[in-house]
Design a protein. Structure first.
Length: 267
């Protein structure tokens, strides 16, 4: 097997057995790419997409690559709804602004956070308070305590309306009486977080065990339950920040060095 191999989907186009046969150690650093879905009536209508099907296309356009028209997801001149109020949702918001959407609305299931740090999360805890990203400053409507009930479409299978209801607080998120409403839409982007790494294919074939959160379980050296198979970053700790991915990669490198050599000079 060559030192580098592009356009390889390990577990699909490249058998896991080939990796195990040719390498003494494997580091899994493929991210937490399994998106949380919205299982409501009308989910299969055209125009409803995961955020991570939408955002990479724009990255490719920015790099000068061509995205085929028949698979293109664009917000231009469309009424857009983003479901999810986290970082991925903010990325979708900024991208739809760049693509000149007609309108953009962002829904969050949780109640609106306080403008200032909540007393329930004093320093050094992560503060519970409203965060405004640069994309929010550019425009769009943000709305909280909203649960999507269903989608309806036109006669051609395209999404045309989102049906929602305002809900109470966690953990029950009970629908509020008389709080149902409908919004006209042309494009819906699902940005409701991730459930961990994709299970089918690579992880299933390797036979590594998962932890209680659905991420790859590892020991103190970041080795999985299968000797020689290591994990780092979002695959091991769930979706997080790039600084954690860097730190995890360095720690995993030392763990691999110790596994192969018995000693390590890596920090």
């Amino acid at each position: 097997m060559p030192a580098s191999c592009t356009n390889a989907h390990v577990g699909v186009s490249l058998p896991v057995q080939d990796l195990r046969k040719n390498f003494d150690a494997i580091l899994l650093a493929g991210g937490a790419e399994w998106p949380r879905d919205l299982n409501v009536p009308g989910r299969d209508l055209k125009g409803i997409h995961f955020a991570m099907d939408f955002l990479p296309q724009q990255n490719r356009r920015c790099e000068g690559d061509t995205v085929p028209d028949d698979g293109a997801i664009l917000a231009t001149d469309k009424r857009v709804v983003i479901i999810g109020g986290g970082d991925t949702g903010a990325d979708c918001l900024g991208t739809t602004h760049r693509q000149h959407a007609l309108t953009v609305t962002q829904f969050e299931l949780l109640p609106k956070p306080p403008d200032e740090r909540s007393p329930s999360t004093p320093w050094p805890l992560w503060p519970m308070q409203l965060r405004v990203e640069s994309s929010h400053e550019e425009g769009g409507i943000r709305d909280w305590s909203v649960s999507t009930v269903k989608f309806t479409g036109d006669g051609h299978g395209n999404v045309r309306q989102l049906h929602a209801v305002r809900v109470g607080s966690a953990p029950k998120f009970e629908p509020q009486p008389g709080a149902e409403f409908t919004l006209d839409v042309d494009l819906v982007l699902l940005a409701m977080g991730f459930l961990g790494p994709v299970r089918n294919g690579l992880i299933e074939q390797l036979g590594v065990k998962l932890d209680a959160r659905g991420n790859i379980a590892t020991d103190e050296r970041q080795m999985s339950t299968v000797p020689g198979i290591f994990a780092a970053g979002d695959m091991r700790r769930g979706q997080s920040l790039v600084v954690w991915a860097i730190a995890e990669g360095r720690k995993a490198a030392r763990g691999i060095d110790l596994h192969l050599m018995g000693v390590s000079k890596l920090p």
